[in-house]
Design a protein around this ligand. Sequence first.
Ligand code: SAH
Length: 347
Amino acid sequence: MQDTKKDIRALTREQLRAFFVDRGDKAFRGNQVYEWLWSKSAHTFEEMTNISLETREILEAHFVINHIRVDQMQRSNDGTIKNAVRLHDGLVVESVLIPTPSRTTACVSSQVGCSLDCKFCATAKLKRMRNLNPDEIYDQVVAIDNESRLYFDRPLSNIVFMGMGEPLMNYNNVIKAIDKITSKDGLGMSPRRITVSTSGVPKMIRKLADDEVKFKLAVSLHSAIDEVRTSIMPFNEHFPLSELRAALEYWYEKTKSKITYEYVVWKGVNDRIEDVRALVQFCRFAPSKVNLIEYNPIGDEQFRQADFAAIQMYQRELERNGITVTVRRSRGKDIDAACGQLANKKG
Ligand code: SAH
């Protein structure tokens, strides 16, 4: 017998049904176990009370349930909650619950660390250790849904893939997790309430379009001028803006789904009028929305938030050109839970 048991949640419903049939049991048993694993989010086989002890022992002998464990929960004075999530192999990622008066948003991680090197992001300072499995992404969402019910008396309403990692560099697992989150077998959430945020991997954006995904896409742009973007997001050298733009045009042609751009304005980096003009030019081809997000300091002095006048200039120019713009205040800064601050620092 192998010493490493298989992660039972790597099995599809069909594979689980086949497992039981092969052992002379009923396929229906597979459905029961599947329901425990996904819609009831069981952490152990013992919890599966409508499954006989004998069957549970068989499951125990063959499989493990690699459930995440929320090791530490920190609460911000604005209500934001940050979970330090321990994975079965001891590695840790973070996820964040962001409450507003009308909704609860979960911000989830897709990788342990990140392979990109955005100069302004705390996660970029951590080495990319590995991709998260679909069930590890799903579990982060379930944990936040539970916390939302417990502390805010309502279920989770939205999900953003804006935690640690680059979701499009863990494409298959992110897609599988979203399938589960949106399916009746899982949480049954609408894909329109899910946003995948990417630093912009052109090939993978095209793949999203070909796969006709129904969730929303956000692109962390931060500059529409190659030279500037490469200086703050060095991987831009390999995926220049012309390629990103072509991929986004392809996405829009196929999905007709509006694109959101995330954008931080830094003093002396991208606060000139030509930066705004380049942004307007860049996003003109499709209905777009620009989220101007506040810079969250990450403990070095390299970057500083631009003056309010520069933010106003962006706002004015974008609006004048018919582009929707929102100015976002950060949440959870006091516990290092805001965009770009996730770096497994203990509170
Ligand atoms: N890798 C994905 C998702 C993670 S980052 C992506 O790049 O989109 C989530 C968002 O936070 C991105 O828009 C990112 O550019 C932004 N961000 C990173 N560091 C930040 C910081 N220090 N202050 C504000 N936003 C930051």
